[in-house]
Design a protein around this ligand. Sequence first.
Ligand SMILES: C[S@@+](CC[C@H](N)C(=O)[O-])C[C@H]1O[C@@H](n2cnc3c(N)ncnc32)[C@H](O)[C@@H]1O
Length: 287
Amino acid sequence: MSPSQDVPNDDAIKTMKLYTHVERIQREVKSRFGSEAIDPIALSEIDCMHYEGNDAIEDVIQAINLNSSSKVLDVGSGFGGVARVLSAQSKCTTVAMELQSDIHNCAEDLTKRCNLSDLVKHVEGDVLNYDLSKLGDGPSTFDGLVSFLVFLHIPDKLSLLNSCANMLKAGGTLFVEDYYRRSSFTDAELESLSTDVFCQDLPTQDEYIAALESAGFDNIQFIDKTKEWATFVKGRLAKFEGNKESFISSHGEPTYASLHYFYKSVVTLFVGGNLGGVRIIASKKES
Ligand SMILES: C[S@@+](CC[C@H](N)C(=O)[O-])C[C@H]1O[C@@H](n2cnc3c(N)ncnc32)[C@H](O)[C@@H]1O
């Protein structure tokens, strides 16, 4: 696959049904909060696409030791939930980078509604080729780079990790949650990963660690999360099914069917035992 084919684009990534029917978020926000200012913690029940909710974000704050002087890049920020909770809780400044324009626009609007625009800046772009000068400063400016369930969309891990290293200060911390390959996938799993999760290839643990080292990271922690995430995605599906009638009355049957298909596909993948979940914490080498 050529590097240009590796880069996801707005249309191709929409085979993943989590990224369709985006208007469900605004509808849910309107029904829960009306036109009032919104508390980002309350909003996080609606806007986060990662696993284990705000506990995972608290872990980032501890791991990077974030405070009001810290600057963080959230790669693949989705609806902006992670960035808003990071900044609301630690007072750090966060740049939230998102590829898909409809999701980016929604995220920016939600940040305004939370009165967090001073701390959270949204940029639309691709981490593989984002022009850092657009941020008003050059490379190597971030104390931390966080990315939840985004790297799985990008097969060329070395290019991706090189880009990440380029954005971090020397000694800065990378905090990533991602999928990896525990053992060979079946044909059905490969098809589901490709179409339902927009994931064309996944590294093994050894391949992942080798790419991190090549990109200039050390102090690498590769923390297996497979068991916890399998439990989490099963619980997410059960909760969604339990709320079926209310969800359909708010958002309609097609939106329910679409999200249900996605949640079920992810459960099937984790139950298969070949898909792994990982939290990676690493430092950019000092020199
Ligand atoms: C599963 S969502 C997670 C969103 C967010 N991190 C969260 O946890 O709520 C992955 C997001 O990564 C974005 N993404 C995928 N490839 C990207 C890229 N090359 N550059 C920037 N964002 C990307 C997708 O558009 C999507 O919104």
